[in-house]
Unconditional design. Sequence first.
Length: 179
Amino acid sequence: MIESHYWRTELRSDLAWLKNHRVYRRWSEKQQVLFERKLMLVAFQVRSLLERPKVNDQVRSSSMSVLRYKKISDHPFTVMGSGCLHERFNMEHPEPITLSALEICNQLIHYYWMQTLSEGRAFVSMLVFSDYQRHKWAYQMQIEDLLELFYMFGNDSSAIKGIKLQWDEKKQDYFVTSS
């Protein structure tokens, strides 16, 4: 990533699309698929900014409150015959936790299963878990909170103004100690 300004511009455009399409006139499977696809692309853009020294420390350390549901069954959640969600996860007792922006991105990018939840004509939350977490937890994220988190990365104010580098002999490369 040579210049993050262009990534942020595209990210803002994708976030505006998600905000405008969060409320729909008529639900269709295509609407849900397009929303899911755009959300994954936004998560990838944010993770790309995080993996390179392109965002300041304040934005890099951002996080989001989510609800997580513990896996309760010995039966795996599989593509074939996954069963009902409430048979595999303790949907009656969610645990509030905080996930870092990177953890949120990884859940979306590497998701094994995702379901958007609607109220009226709006996507309000989603249940998701990555391939890595499918035998442990399912996470519920509020769409509004998710977009708010990602908007921080789209703002030009999230760009770094300067960095401090330190040499890592083992990696034979520099790493960023602060930005």
